[in-house]
Design a protein around this ligand. Structure first.
Ligand code: OAD
Length: 241
């Protein structure tokens, strides 16, 4: 690692929330082993059977609201880094859960959307909801059936891409945590960071499709590896500031 950094960009994936009790996507018992992507994570699937899609996201919403699901030490450590680090810390997540925010982090860039919000298809306004259904009336256009989950589905453009590429072009440290590198454009962020000459660290239980693009690898549980890395970054930062 270099001695100090000014601009840290962090990409998180479902692995960071696994120890909080939320399934990842591509584990052998993960979400995509239990559900067909075309049915519940595409616009076509939604048009064909909105009830099925609503029911899938209502289940995810209820799971996230259960008292047993809490931010873990990896979420909390990243929030501490964001609060105490002298430079900038940008957290981009592919996760639709709100565990970063509940762990104390701010300004999270949810590139794949957010489970706790519904979007009006006509006005694109976002609303909190308790249960999605065909009969739920949209607060802005007062019509039922206009609210869809605020989730980026397959073949849709992820959100905030300009902000993300800008942050990556200024990054001197890029850290990817708990993501398999299977989904683009997120899987390509490490290459963008390499182009900016950033140091790159991958934290994962295992090696991934894109491990070779990182300069440093930390293999282990996110709660342990993220905490250790954050402590290192903050203690180096304090030596210099
Ligand atoms: P995946 O399920 O593809 O990958 C999860 C990664 O987390 C794997 O590489 C695991 O090894 C790792 N992992 C699991 N538990 C961990 C732990 N405790 N500590 C550290 N690492 C751990 O999930 P994502 O990469 O997040 O997109 O998937 C990316 C996107 O694919 C998702 O945002 C979603 C999905 O389709 C959309 O729905 C648009």
């Amino acid at each position: 690692m270099f001695d100090t950094y000014d601009n840290i960009v962090i990409l998180t994936g479902s692995g960071i929330s696994a120890e909080s009790g939320i399934e990842t996507f591509r584990a052998s018992d993960g979400l995509w082993a239990q559900h067909h992507i075309d049915d519940i994570a595409t616009l076509d699937g939604y048009r064909k059977d909105p009830d099925l899609v609503y029911s899938f996201y209502n289940q995810r919403f209820n799971q996230l609201s259960a008292p047993s699901i809490q931010p873990n030490d990896a979420h909390i450590a990243l929030a501490e880094l964001q609060r105490d680090f002298s430079g900038s810390v940008t957290i981009v997540t592919q996760n639709i859960d709100n565990l970063h925010e509940r762990g104390g982090a701010n300004n999270i860039i949810h590139m794949h959307g957010e489970l706790v919000k519904a979007r009006c298809e006509k006005t694109l306004k976002l609303f909190p909801y308790k249960e999605l259904s065909k009969s739920l009336k949209c607060p802005c256009c007062k019509k039922a059936g206009n609210l869809r989950p605020h989730i980026v589905w397959f073949n849709e453009m992820p959100l905030f891409m300009n902000d993300i590429y800008k942050a990556l072009s200024n990054a001197d440290l890029f850290i990817a945590i708990g993501t398999s590198g299977s989904v683009y454009p997120a899987a390509d962020f490490v290459n963008e960071a390499n182009r900016a000459c950033a140091h790159t660290i991958e934290i994962n239980l295992d090696s991934t499709h894109i491990s070779e693009n990182f300069r440093e690898h930390r293999i282990g549980q996110a709660t342990e590896e993220v905490r250790e890395l954050v402590d290192e970054l903050l203690s180096r930062d304090r030596q210099f500031f």
